[in-house]
Design a protein around this ligand. Structure first.
Ligand code: HEC
Length: 361
């Protein structure tokens, strides 16, 4: 079913979909819920034993579940609507016998370096030369394959089995608590400080393409100096799904980084972890022409809006917290050879965009 959604059905009108892998998995989970409800099986939790209040205390206390299972924790699936999507039996089984069925993205990965370090974590990415994983303290660790003595993706998860650690009564309490979780809490990973001050930006932010209106392109932060650059370390890595040229300057506002990816996509990343908060992907018509590569140089911000100029010569406003399109206006007809690849500039309440015409063909 995954392949059908991703690739479509050849020879029919069902084309493939340009969705993220995790989005396809979400659609599949939803289809499963629909199937279950169509078959008359209960969707979500039925009534049963256990004390939800005690379960809640266990979840964030002795059970240690919250460390892996909240909306912001990354080692396990978000359980904040577990009561609406899982049956009691499923929840109980998951706690007592977690390795029975482990989704691919949660398979534990084990590496041992030639220097003797061993660790387990979740595989983030790998290629010919390197392996990247998030260890059990949510630190991103990157290794060259040449420095590894062992690298294995295991058929088990990082979740310890609680069959012995918890009494049957405690398991009931936890299940009862999970069953109460039915509506998504508001997103907590996008904090809001309201309008970024474009004229006197917080030095931790980068609010325009050039950093400020004097276009100094120079950060006011003092933590990194010539004396300590040798100690800088990779904190996170995010891989775009395209090998086009990057000419973007990311904006950083209140801990979120807004980066554009060719041709005209925008990603919001948690600046401290690189975890994607949302994405805006635009299909560019095949006939749009750009002289020197379908690049993009970045977004502009005003209040809660981001502005983007697209390769097909549109100006687009996105909600800064969700990526939702607020408006999308054609600046000029791209079919006449026009395009836009620049970062817009906000002046007072207007956003300014230039247009370029095709001079090179
Ligand atoms: C070290 C991290 C970790 C801890 C601690 C942990 N879990 Fe998990 N949990 C996972 C991972 C990873 C998965 C997904 C893979 C799997 O099913 O084993 C998972 C799966 C689950 C699932 C199934 C979710 C689904 O959508 O299929 C439930 C329910 C669950 N855990 C409950 C708990 C409870 C309750 C606790 C505390 C008693 C707990 N977990 C502690 C990592 C953890």
């Amino acid at each position: 079913m995954f392949r059908t959604i991703a690739d479509g059905v050849p020879g029919t009108e069902m084309s493939g979909h340009w969705l993220e892998e995790d989005e396809i998995w979400k659609i599949l989970s939803f289809v499963r819920v629909l199937e279950r409800s169509a078959a008359g099986s209960p969707v979500g939790c039925e009534a049963g034993p256990g004390d939800a209040a005690r379960g809640k205390t266990l979840f964030s206390g002795k059970g240690g579940c919250a460390g892996c299972h909240t909306r912001v924790a990354r080692l396990g699936p978000d359980l904040s609507v577990a009561g609406a999507t899982h049956t009691r039996a499923y929840l109980r089984e998951s706690i007592v016998n977690p390795n029975q069925e482990v989704a691919a993205q949660y398979r534990a990965t084990r590496v041992r370096t030639k220097a003797g370090e061993s660790l387990r974590g979740l595989l983030l990415n790998q290629d010919e030369y390197s392996v990247h994983l998030m260890d059990q303290r949510e630190r991103i660790r990157s290794f060259a394959r040449s420095e590894l003595a062992e690298f294995a993706v295991l058929n088990e998860s990082l979740m310890p089995s609680f069959g012995k650690a918890l009494t049957p009564g405690e398991t009931d309490d936890l299940v009862a608590y999970l069953c109460t979780l039915r509506t998504a809490p508001p997103a907590t990973n996008v904090s809001s400080t309201g309008t970024p001050d474009l004229l006197r930006p917080d030095p931790r932010d980068w609010v325009t393409y050039s950093g400020n209106y004097a276009s100094h392109r120079h950060s006011g932060l003092k933590q990194i100096t010539p004396a300590n650059t040798s100690r800088l370390q990779l904190k996170w890595m995010w891989q775009a799904k395209i090998a086009e040229k990057f000419e973007t300057t990311p904006l950083v506002i209140d801990g979120t980084m807004y980066v554009t990816v060719p041709p005209s996509d925008v990603y919001a990343l948690d600046a401290s972890t690189g975890v994607k908060l949302w994405e805006y992907r635009r299909r560019i018509p095949p006939k749009s022409q750009v002289c020197c590569g379908q690049v993009n140089r970045g977004v502009a911000v005003l209040g809660d809006r981001l502005f983007l100029a697209t390769v097909d010569a549109h100006a687009v406003a996105l909600d800064r917290k969700t990526g939702r399109v607020l408006w999308d206006t054609e600046m000029i007809d791209y079919r006449a050879g026009y395009s836009a690849t620049h970062a817009p500039l906000v002046v007072k309440a207007f956003q300014h965009s230039g247009i370029r015409s095709l001079e090179f063909t």
